[in-house]
Design a protein around this ligand. Structure first.
Ligand SMILES: NC(=O)c1ccc[n+]([C@@H]2O[C@H](COP(=O)([O-])OP(=O)(O)OC[C@H]3O[C@@H](n4cnc5c(N)ncnc54)[C@H](OP(=O)(O)O)[C@@H]3O)[C@@H](O)[C@H]2O)c1
Length: 271
């Protein structure tokens, strides 16, 4: 019998990209998988049950958790994947936009987690996997707000892991670098563009055009999520893909000055 057979998994944002690849990989691993999207979607041919959920809406979150618990009785694994990007100069976004970003990427994670934890505690076990980013480890220019929210995910996840370990629940963060999804098209666009950043924006866009075709496929991240879900002793954080691993090692061991120079060089900024 497969080790994950009968495990019940919930993946938020399973309509595309990393969430879809993760739902499929968990299904192959033997989990019964519930995926969410804000829009109604048919269940997939490979057996993923699709439910509606908007993670910015308390009632929508509670209703999807109630539905999964009603149908399956418990949730063994929660993958908090739903998320958006926001890239541009830090001063090019209004506070309202940044709040909207945090509402999905951080408060959405907290809403879903708070709704799932009581049932995990009741069952005496559970695993929560939050999708962070390498930008949760290294702040990067033109990603100040996204980087801030992914740093928040790191702090939240590690704190929570300490708290819920007593209930046999573990929390891990996955840290991908660039991943080939429609993430850049789905993200929030800055609402206060400034001419002063035109050059930097063009350079950043050119960099993305170069990097994205070579970026990791969502399956790479999904594979790491399955590992985190099934490891006997889950780690608090997992990098996903070669680039993320290299950046994480560099961040830990390179002197700050050298890291700063290397980051600017990689991002084609004057050193
Ligand atoms: N792609 C990358 O380079 C990259 C790198 C590092 C980390 N990540 C992280 O990976 C996660 C997934 O991103 P992706 O690249 O797979 O992008 P994606 O293909 O755009 O997927 C984003 C998912 O989030 C869902 N979503 C967005 N807003 C939502 C809301 N308010 N409530 C519920 N669901 C919502 C979308 O579902 P619907 O639109 O169907 O509702 C979609 O399924 C995000 O947390 C992102 O920060 C991505």
């Amino acid at each position: 019998m497969n080790k994950a057979e009968c495990g019940i998994a919930l993946v938020t944002g399973a309509s595309s990209g990393i969430g879809l690849a993760t739902a499929q990989a968990l299904r192959r691993e033997g989990y019964r998988v519930f995926g969410t999207s804000r829009k109604p979607m048919p269940d997939t041919a490979d057996g993923i049950t699709m439910l509606i959920c908007d993670v910015v809406d308390d009632a929508s979150v509670q209703s999807v958790i109630d539905e999964v618990l009603g149908r399956a009785g418990r949730i063994d694994l929660l993958v908090n994947n739903a998320g958006l990007g926001l890239f541009g100069g830090a001063e090019e976004s209004s506070v309202a936009q940044v709040q909207a970003l945090f509402d999905v990427n951080l408060f959405g994670v907290i809403r879903v987690t708070n709704a799932v934890l009581p049932s995990m505690r009741r069952h005496g076990k559970g695993r929560i996997i939050n999708i962070g980013s390498i930008l949760g480890l290294i702040p990067a220019p033109y990603a100040a707000h996204y980087s801030a929210v992914k740093h928040a995910i790191e702090g939240y996840s590690e704190s929570l892991d300490h708290e819920v370990r007593a209930f046999n629940i573990r929390v891990s963060v996955i840290e991908p670098a660039f991943v080939r999804t429609v993430f850049d098209q789905n993200g929030i666009k800055p609402d206060s563009l400034l001419n002063e950043y035109d050059r930097a924006r063009a350079d950043f866009d050119a960099l993305l055009r170069d990097v994205m075709p070579k970026a990791d496929l969502p399956d790479v991240v999904a594979g790491v999520i399955v590992k985190a879900a099934t490891d006997a002793r889950p780690r608090r954080r997992y990098t996903a893909g070669k680039t993320a691993r290299q950046i994480s090692i560099l961040r830990r061991f390179a002197p700050a000055e050298i890291f700063d120079k290397s980051l600017r060089k990689q991002l084609r900024l004057p050193v």
